[in-house]
Write a protein that binds this ligand. Structure first.
Ligand code: PBG
Length: 348
């Protein structure tokens, strides 16, 4: 190995005039110093961009590690209140709640979704009681409550749309009654945003926001989430008759347009990194508040590679989240929320 920095010499050097090629325009000038890189930075990630999804279990002072999601735990309601306090301390604006329903409470028609004493509602009330300056978002879909693991009601092999929508409206209302601030339907039934908006308004909840999972793809990246909520073992078949085909883009625009017409306050794309093109197109087309869900599989990939020493955890985490901002997302649902908020706090 050469010990000098002397460039490799050849006859090219005599004729090479890079400055003439560039006509004086050198892109590297702005990148020379840290202060200059900071000055020209186009996008920044802030704690205000984060929504933290947490998983709930029954019990008192109970926490269970989700094995496919290092650092993510299922929490009993009392510990969910502690998580909400931590989120407030870190400056995270919104918590998203996902229940792991005890298996004896799951049924063919997911009736537990309508129980005002279900895990999600109990957590909503407990966190609300703590009077914390944080928004609470809830998942509207039947999969954590059904024995077949589907988001809707089944008739034979089919996931039936309209009867499911009626049940989702009731689910949204009991969540609003328990204290939900943002209702987030993740079920991908047709017409559910309009129906839920109407039902909420009729029940006096006209100020409750709706974040629509507008472009939710039938993705392989939800695997660890299904472990976390306990549906991976029970899901019959797949979700391709209601979630979107990963091959499609225009269809995502049609979905988002319908959701906005039906009254969605915010739209979302899910999964995140493999679908940055969709985020960018939706933002450009509608200029609505647009969110990305960095899903469980994306989280697991970064964690697993970091644990093997193949990636720098913090750098990969920050870069992946900044990518959403660059694509035009206003915010990100991410299991990294507390870790990244801590990092941003320390870097101030
Ligand atoms: C289901 C739901 C899923 C996720 C959020 N809500 C999984 C699915 O559609 O099977 C996935 C979230 C993640 O993977 O992090 N209503």
């Amino acid at each position: 190995m050469s010990t000098t920095n002397k460039p490799f010499q050849s006859s090219i050097d005599e004729t090479l005039d890079v400055n003439a090629i560039l006509q004086g325009k050198r892109m590297r000038r702005n990148r020379r110093f840290d202060w200059s890189r900071r000055l020209i930075k186009e996008n920044t990630l802030s704690t205000n961009d984060l929504i933290w999804p947490i998983f709930l279990i029954e019990g008192d002072n109970c926490r269970e590690q989700v094995s496919s999601m290092p650092g993510v735990e299922r929490l009993s309601v009392d510990l969910a209140v502690e998580a909400a306090r931590k989120a407030v301390e870190l400056g995270i604006p919104v918590l998203a709640l996902f229940p792991n329903t005890p298996s004896e409470l799951r049924s063919e028609n997911g009736a537990e979704a309508l129980n005002p004493q279900n895990l999600t509602c109990k957590a909503l009330r407990a966190i609300k009681q703590a009077n914390l300056p944080i928004g609470l978002m809830t998942d509207v879909a039947l999969d954590p409550y059904t024995t077949h693991g589907h988001d809707g009601l089944m008739a034979g092999e089919e996931i039936i749309n309209d009867a499911t929508v009626a049940q989702l409206c009731r689910q949204a209302i009991i969540q609003a009654e328990a204290g939900a601030d943002i209702i987030a339907p993740s079920d991908m039934m047709d017409g559910r945003i309009g129906a839920i908006r109407q039902a909420l308004d009729a029940a006096g909840f006209e100020n409750i926001q709706i974040m629509a999972y507008s472009a939710k793809y039938a993705s392989a990246f939800y695997g660890p989430f299904r472990d976390a909520v306990g549906t991976s073992g029970t899901l019959i078949g797949d979700k391709r008759t209601y979630q979107m085909d990963p091959a499609n883009t225009n269809e995502a625009l049609a979905e988002a347009e319908l959701d906005l017409q039906e009254g969605a306050d915010m739209i979302m794309v899910k999964p995140g990194l493999p679908y940055l093109d969709i985020i960018q197109r939706l933002k450009q087309q509608f200029q609505a508040p647009t969110f990305a869900y960095q899903v469980s599989g994306e989280y697991a990939m970064i964690c697993a590679a970091s644990q093997n020493g193949w990636l720098d955890h913090d750098k990969a985490m920050l870069e992946s989240l900044l990518a959403f901002k660059r694509a035009g997302a206003d915010g990100i649902l991410t299991y990294f929320a507390p870790a990244v908020a801590k990092l941003l706090q320390n870097n101030k």
